[in-house]
Design a protein around this ligand. Structure first.
Ligand code: F3S
Length: 432
């Protein structure tokens, strides 16, 4: 109880005057008539709304909550979530979690420690008590949780919210884990930013002249643009053939890595790109041209040396969809040789996609070649630093960006083809 009071004090003072116009239902939540958990959540959202000068709240249809990994949130985050659950907090809208710090179903076999698991389990239990879905993935939209066009949602996890805003045409701000959690518990978010038409207008034209083939090319392109765009909304032209869903996922993750992009419009592909109120060349302030050299510079920047022995290959940032699981199986089988036994080849996906891959035989085909399929966790939020690994290859620019600083790995960034080749030879070597 004392701890709960501490949390309460930290979040906000009750004395201040509320300037936002709240509905009767929202006032009830704020006054604690729906319990401590809901009250704290509403206080967070009112505080946020007032910072952004909002007048009202709007209902949201779903929440996606990052910061659920114990490795990231630590004991303070875990205590906060537990205090909300014990205080009667219950999700009012379907809510999902981002990847955790270990594979909940298989942690012992994979070599994660008991201590790490205990802490993470306590946090997950609290989320579960509040009614959270068991999907712990950064691609909830591939695991059956698909927002519709125009839906207002509150999603954190930058790669997922960019995909939801841009590819699906849902409307979300770049939420943090706490504000998304608060929206899940109240079913509300303050009305501002990307919930409004004005903020969704394209502000910069991006003309693509680079040749985009592998998904990692889209990842590199996104990474390059994220560095240049800051908080702009780009309109992307010159992509030629329509990118696949997985290419758009890779692009969303890449562009989310550096900078503050939350939405892009892709000519003839994304749902708002043909709307003249949203995309008009008259309201764009500048133009960026992207070339093959820009992409090559990203590959060079994110890879240490051209050749090196490796001990780990990480595929699945963001979590893989079912078509990508098939592609991994095919890429391995094509080589005709098993993965070097000294190399850990981990493929990250959601429980939902793994179940489908099991049915279709993709999981068996990957494991027969020496790979392992990991669920509920991710390349950077898992406790990989405890496995004695040092040299990792990946086809994700986002993973390649974060792994050196967060896990002290030396990273090699390339295509899926290059990563599978490296896994089999135990050695990285760039083809380009
Ligand atoms: Fe997903 Fe983790 Fe990458 S949350 S986008 S796999 S860094």
């Amino acid at each position: 109880m004392a701890e709960r009071e501490e949390v309460l004090k930290e979040i906000c003072s009750k004395q201040r005057r509320i300037r936002m116009r709240l509905s009767d239902q929202e006032k009830k939540m704020l006054d604690g008539k729906e319990g401590f958990g809901c009250q704290k959540a509403m206080e967070i959202l009112v505080g946020l709304g007032e910072i952004y000068g909002c007048e009202t709240m709007i209902p949201v249809k779903s929440a996606h909550i990052s910061g659920s990994s114990y490795k990231g949130s630590g004991s303070a985050g875990s205590r906060f979530v537990t205090s909300l659950a014990e205080g009667g907090g219950r999700f009012k809208v379907p809510s999902t979690l981002n990847p955790l710090s270990l594979d909940l179903d298989n942690w012992k076999e994979l070599g994660f420690s008991e201590k790490d698991c205990k802490n993470q389990l306590a946090t997950v239990e609290a989320y579960g008590k509040m009614g959270c879905s068991s999907a712990c993935t950064c691609t909830p939209y591939l695991a059956g949780k698909i927002p519709a066009f125009g839906d207002h949602i509150a999603w954190s996890e930058s790669s997922a919210l960019i995909f939801a805003n841009s590819v699906l045409g849902a409307r979300t701000n770049r939420e943090g884990g706490v504000s998304a959690l608060a929206s899940g518990l109240t079913g509300r978010t303050p009305l501002y930013g990307f919930h409004t038409e004005e903020s969704r207008r394209a502000t910069v034209l991006v003309e693509n002249k680079a040749c985009l083939e592998a998904d990692s090319d889209y990842s590199a392109l996104g990474y390059h643009l994220g560095n240049l765009l800051g908080g702009d909304v780009p309109f992307l032209a010159g992509f030629g053939r329509k990118p696949t869903v997985q290419a758009l996922k890779a692009f969303s993750a890449g562009i989310s890595t550096c900078g503050n992009v939350s939405l892009f419009h892709l000519e003839g592909v994304t749902p708002e790109s043909g709307d003249p109120k949203i995309v008009s060349r008259r309201i764009m302030n500048g133009k960026i041209v992207v070339s093959n050299e820009d992409l090559e510079a990203v590959y060079r920047k994110l890879s240490g040396t051209a050749q090196c022995g490796i001990d780990y290959v990480a595929i699945g940032c963001p979590h893989l969809g079912i078509e990508e699981m098939r592609e991994v199986a095919v890429a391995l089988e094509k080589k005709g040789r098993r993965i070097d036994p000294r190399v850990k080849f981990w493929v990250f996906t959601s429980r939902e996609i793994k179940a489908r891959a099991d049915e279709l035989g993709y999981s068996r085909r990957i494991t027969e070649m020496g790979g392992e399929i990991i669920c509920n966790t991710c390349v950077v939020s898992s406790h990989m630093e405890n496995f004695g690994l040092r040299y990792v290859a990946t086809n994700s620019a986002k993973a390649a960006h974060y792994m050196p600083s967060l896990l002290d790995f030396q990273v090699f960034f390339g295509t899926l083809e290059e990563c599978t080749e490296a896994a089999i030879r135990g050695r990285w070597s760039r083809a380009k």
